[in-house]
Design a protein around this ligand. Sequence first.
Ligand code: CAA
Length: 380
Amino acid sequence: MNFDLTETQQMIQDTARAFAQKDVQPLARKVDREHYFPVELLPKMAELGLMGVYVPEQWGGTGLDVVSYSIVMEEVSAACATAGVIISANNSLVCDPILRMGTDEQREKWLRPLARGEKLGCFCLSEPGTGSDAANQATRAVRKGDDWVLNGTKNWITNGPFAQTALVFAMSDADKGVKGITAFLIDKDTPGYSIGAIEDKLGICGSGTCQIILEDCVVPNENVLAGENNGFKVAMSTLDGGRIGIASQAVGIGRAAFEAARDYSKERKAFGGPISQFQAIQFYLADMSTRLDAARLLTQRAAHAKDTGGNYGPLAARAKVFASEAANWIATKAIQVHGGNGFSREYEVERHFRDAKITEIYEGTSEIQRVVIARDVLRG
Ligand code: CAA
């Protein structure tokens, strides 16, 4: 067993860290305060190969592995969790399913520009009345000759206002329920496709989360991904991989909060010395670093399983539930270490605290992860 990063993984870590510190971190406050989608980062992410990290070079990607993707997500999210989710939605939720389940024609047309960062992708599964119960799709797709006509509203769409390519799920045969859902690739300029209001959120404030509205949106049959009525499997298998990205984002947020608390504890003086001399603070820091380490190990194990063809879904669920809960715990304690200053918006820990919360919710709540893990445990 070898826990060391390979030379290539080390290289992408250095590249992502340098980018995060030089380009991403300086924008983080503006992204948070002004709910600003950092458009200027997209060409830089593309140039560094961060938009299709584990897509083979043959399809316009960087040709690295999923562990490298996890490393990128941690580094970028430590600087700005919004920038992290922009990368993760494109990589895990759109590039990944086209790579795994698309035809060569679809890979050429849809995947290559996404992996090269020339286009941005969004994943449209949730609806106003459909979150955890993902099979309960109200959006309808009706076959008309060689086309499909889609009607419905999608909710919580990360990257929505800026994405050129949407992967949209719709009920194509309501009688078949979960086996009657189809996945469609849709260009934003398709008539009947429009962008709804942007959500006003607690955290990851710049990710441009919005509704996508489909009104008599006509999509050719060639845009169906993985065949008619196979959409639920596309969604679920995609989320298995996506959860590795969100676990990595949580590790990044947790690390940023931990490092802020550690540094502050060495500077802040009370009772005649730095507060880091007190065992109460030391124990917090010890527990933070232990949970962070465990979260990263679980996450990289899930990534490694995806790289090596293992059954990564249940491992990704474990990684996500643990890492997201660790990030929330760490961010709470980081505020405690900062005392009153932690409650002030002048310090960054309150942003980490707000950004951490969504990692327990999106791409499957902590409760859904436990459902997935329990099913795996009981199968055994
Ligand atoms: N991979 C492939 N196929 C899968 C699968 C997986 N991981 N999980 C289930 N399936 C298949 C099953 O095998 C089954 O097919 P067969 O009968 O042919 O075997 C079919 O799908 C139905 O499976 P279930 O009966 O298990 O389905 P269920 O209705 O009980 O749902 C669930 C299971 C785990 C609760 C699921 O609905 C789920 O994961 N819900 C959470 C959804 C979610 O994560 N939403 C996040 C929104 S996206 C987002 O947040 C993006 C963003 O913007 C960042």
